[in-house]
Design a protein around this ligand. Structure first.
Ligand code: FPP
Length: 263
């Protein structure tokens, strides 16, 4: 029943589809971003404004996620990273944490066949060993089932914090130095990147933050060094394919200098 309510209030209008088609025509295939990262914010406020419990906002957020993953594959992104649960989110009431973990498990069990069919490789990033056992099992199953997929790399940041990621990386690098496998003089930015959860992946080209807040919230702190931000007041449960394409079209008009000068 809840699912029906969520879908009723989240229906895509014909206007959205018209805009989506117009924007798709505006996409420049020679300037596509490789990696888009998203802070899926605003679920709680979206639900409260409709007199619903926050958990229904998260459930509506899963519908947006489903649409955005599909659209990311369609437009040919290499990597999509979404922030699903931070190292700080444990501070939320127990019922909300439990309902988020339940949603994650439900999502991974329900979606994995379709994700694999669409050649999407799922990777959870974060301190995964601290997740409840049911979430760890769902994550391991999704990793194993999708490990041979060669299309979109879909990173789900779970119990993720940018500082915790750097702390883990420093600890692993330190252990290699102590074991004599690496000398301190050989530690450089490449070595640090190679010890992050996103090792081997390009840094995000675009960071999308819906719901109006203007902060990074401990997300991908190292990787965002030269990322272009795309901010919107739209709440995550109202975020659709049309918004993703708009972000990419805007990105394509930006002048990225990476600290240098215009050519
Ligand atoms: C932030 O909105 C959102 C979260 C902390 C969770 C995001 C999770 C989902 C979209 C669904 C579950 C994820 C997966 C991968 C199935 P908020 O609750 O802080 O909203 P508010 O700022 O309006 O309170």
């Amino acid at each position: 029943m809840f699912k029906n309510i969520v879908n009723l209030v989240r229906r895509t209008s014909d206007k959205d589809i018209d805009q989506e088609n117009l924007l798709k025509d505006a996409l420049d295939s020679s300037r596509m971003p490789r990696h888009v990262a998203i802070i899926m914010d605003g679920n709680g406020r979206w639900a409260r404004r409709r007199g619903m419990p926050r958990s229904l906002g998260h459930r509506a957020g899963v519908e947006s996620l489903r649409e955005v993953v599909k659209a990311s594959s369609e437009i040919g992104l290499e990597v999509l990273t979404v922030y699903a649960f931070s190292t700080e989110n444990w501070k939320r009431p127990r019922e909300e944490v439990d309902s988020l973990m339940d949603l994650l498990v439900e999502y991974l069990y329900k979606e994995i066949d379709d994700l694999v069919k669409n050649n999407v490789r799922v990777r959870a990033i974060g301190k995964l060993d601290e997740l409840p056992p049911r979430a760890q099992e769902a994550v391991v199953r999704a990793h194993e089932m999708s490990e041979k997929c060669t299309g979109l790399n879909f990173n789900i940041a779970l119990n993720y914090g940018g500082r915790a990621e750097l702390e883990d990386a420093v600890r692993r690098i330190g252990a290699k130095v102590a074991a004599g496998e690496l000398s301190p003089g050989d530690i450089n930015q490449g070595v640090i990147s190679d010890h992050l959860y996103t090792a081997g992946q390009p840094d995000p080209d675009i960071l999308i933050r819906p719901a109006g807040d203007l902060r990074v919230s401990n997300f991908l702190l190292w990787q965002l060094a030269y990322t272009e931000f795309w901010l919107t007041d739209v709440m995550w449960p109202d975020f659709k394919k049309v918004h993703l394409i708009r972000a990419v079209v805007d990105f394509q008009r930006r002048n990225r200098r990476f600290g240098g000068l215009n050519e």
